[in-house]
Design a protein around this ligand. Structure first.
Ligand SMILES: Cc1cc2nc3c(=O)[nH]c(=O)nc-3n(C[C@H](O)[C@H](O)[C@H](O)COP(=O)(O)O)c2cc1C
Length: 298
């Protein structure tokens, strides 16, 4: 049984924020979802202090071996999340990690305090791929901003704080080191890579927002390299993600230094991908292979 920041998990496969709507899945699959939940912990969609409608459509564009999204973080805001979503997410049979994002330290602090106060919440993931309105810098692109944010949030809770790193920097390890210095308990990576696509006929951007973030198998080698450099630079556990669709993919992330792996885009294709990756990972791991019966070909 893996242990992550003091939380016991049934297996090392969780979901990537924003890629599995557990409330909608419960409506579709009913209690069967709870009996066989695909992930060993559930990470919520990122919530913000106030409700957001998200970007105008088109918000998703398929690319070779992946997709670009510009969903724009639609969510009910803190109050709506606490009142409507949290009670439903608390019924899931696994520990709950809530992802939060704000555009300033006071707003981040409000989110962390309110969420940490709820006993249903096991850990908090800080989505730092956002600008700080006071400095104008994207927090997760600037080590000093990341460290200052963690220093502001660390005293507010004893619950694990996971920093979700952005891949859109020259040196993600420098940001991870800053997160560790500020008091983070873990990091997760990668978020989506900045990307664009154009409709070849209209010559207009394919996405209404003009650009978005690339995810899926196309980003996997980039994620592995970033994970490897981050894991070598810090003493904290890392959650690895980016294009994981099989146990073999997950095994690569563990080899690169991940304590846990997260399945994202693959869940859109196969809602049970989490369970499948966990089962395949068991088979692909050296220990798993050792307990497989030898094939008798005679
Ligand atoms: C449709 C979509 C929505 C996402 N929403 C969020 C989000 O709300 N918060 C977040 O931190 N990451 C979000 N992500 C990024 C994923 O959590 C993950 O970091 C990224 O997609 C890489 O993993 P993957 O290639 O397995 O999808 C989203 C990704 C997709 C495709």
């Amino acid at each position: 049984m893996p242990e992550f920041c003091g939380i016991s998990l049934a297996h090392p496969v969780i979901n990537a924020s924003g890629t599995f709507d557990a409330i909608a899945a419960r409506r579709v699959y009913g209690d069967a979802l709870l009996a066989d939940f695909p992930f060993s912990a559930f990470v919520s969609k990122t919530i913000t202090p106030e409700p957001r409608a998200g970007n105008a459509p088109r918000r998703i564009w398929e690319t070779p071996a992946g997709m670009i999204n510009s969903i724009g973080l639609p969510n009910k805001g803190l109050e709506g999340f606490l009142a409507e979503d949290l009670p439903q997410l608390a019924e899931l049979p696994v520990p709950l990690i809530v992802s939060v994002m704000a555009t300033g330290r006071p707003e981040f602090a409000r989110l962390v305090e309110a969420v940490a106060d709820r006993e249903e919440v096991a850990a908090i993931e800080l989505n730092v791929s956002c600008p700080n309105v006071h400095s104008g810098l994207i927090v997760g692109e600037a080590p000093a901003e990341t460290e200052a944010l963690l220093e502001a949030l660390r005293p507010l809770t004893a619950k694990p704080l996971i920093v979700k790193l952005t891949p859109n920097v020259a040196d993600p390890a420098a940001v991870a080191v800053a997160a560790e210095s500020g008091g983070a308990d873990a990091v997760s990576l990668i978020n989506t890579l900045k990307a664009s696509a154009f409709d070849p006929l209209s010559r207009e951007p394919a996405l209404a927002a003009g650009h978005g973030g690339l995810s899926g198998p196309a980003v996997r080698p980039v994620a592995l390299q970033q994970l490897r450099s981050v894991a070598a630079a810090i003493g904290l556990p890392a959650i690895g993600m980016g294009g994981i669709g099989s146990g073999a993919d997950a095994a690569e992330f563990i080899a690169a230094g991940a304590a846990l792996v997260a399945v994202g885009t693959e869940s859109f294709r196969d809602p049970r991908a989490g369970s499948r990756v966990a089962a395949e990972l068991d088979f692909t791991s050296p220990q798993g292979a050792a307990v497989q019966p030898a094939l008798d070909l005679d």
